[in-house]
Design a protein around this ligand. Sequence first.
Ligand code: SME
Length: 147
Amino acid sequence: MNKIEKYQELYSKAEALLSGESNELANLSNFCALIHNEFGFWWTGFYLIENEELVLGPFQGPVACTRIAFGKGVCGTAWEQAKSIVVPDVHAFEGHIACSSESNSEIVVPYFRHNNIRGVFDIDSKDFNTFDAIDKQYLEKLLSLLN
Ligand code: SME
């Protein structure tokens, strides 16, 4: 199965998983578990906006930094710009916050709830160049299920 097929299958699974539940925490938790396990990423999770900063939310993977300021790191920058950021090499991203020395590439997608930015969804990979425009497109589509 190629990446696009994997994402298409994942979309149907996510739709089925989320449609019967309205609790945000339950849905965010299952959403990251689904994506994390399907692809076998290194770290997959949410940071949620609380009192002008990002605070660690539901995630899968090793322990991570708990708070990220507006405009800081890849996550804080994606929040500031309200746009997805694909980072092929985290060591080349100025201001990248290394929660784990094992991470080499990353994608951060804004998470909107009721059309307001509510946080970010972050995936880290141990490999370089893991994410591209296809991941951005399909992850944004998947995230729209949580709006
Ligand atoms: N690398 C992120 C921090 C979060 S961890 O990767 C889980 C950043 O630069 O914002």
